[in-house]
Design a protein around this ligand. Structure first.
Ligand code: ZN
Length: 142
């Protein structure tokens, strides 16, 4: 079951409908212009099913690190994503950094867990790409 949304809020938590927020990125109608937009869109891809949005995730991954990503990683989308909190998103020229928390459960009755990541981004030919991140995984949310 994907994360919930309503008419006013995107899955990423933004105060805009999905159709005017992350959907155009996931369907390649538009491309994220900022690190913050890319973090939101990639979160949505995971929340809606990494297997289903594998193409988007792979295309927004830096070619230098994407080869470490296995198809199995992206198909193993059984986690229930519950929300995104962007703590920090900064960019300068073609380099960006974002720190965010993505909340999830392993099953409906499981505790709320946090994927806390500090991620690096590069912009190549006008396209923001995820390079890599330092992750603190699986700690319980307060
Ligand atoms: Zn969004």
């Amino acid at each position: 079951m994907p994360a919930t949304t309503d008419a006013k809020h995107c899955y990423c938590g933004n105060d805009k409908p999905f159709a005017q927020c992350c959907e155009p990125f996931l369907t390649f109608k538009d491309k994220p212009r900022s690190v913050r937009q890319l973090v939101r869109a990639r979160y949505c891809a995971y929340a809606l099913g990494a297997g289903h949005h594998r193409e988007f995730l792979l295309r927004t991954w830096h070619p230098g690190t994407v080869r470490e990503v296995s198809v199995a990683d992206l198909t193993n989308d059984t986690l229930l994503w519950q929300g995104l909190e962007i703590l920090r998103a900064e960019q300068r020229d073609d380099r960006g950094v974002a720190e965010f928390k993505a909340f999830y459960r392993q099953d409906e009755n499981g505790p709320l867990l946090v994927h806390h990541e500090r991620a690096m981004f590069h912009r190549i030919k006008g396209l923001w790409l995820y390079v890599e991140g330092q992750v603190r995984e699986g700690t319980q949310a307060e």
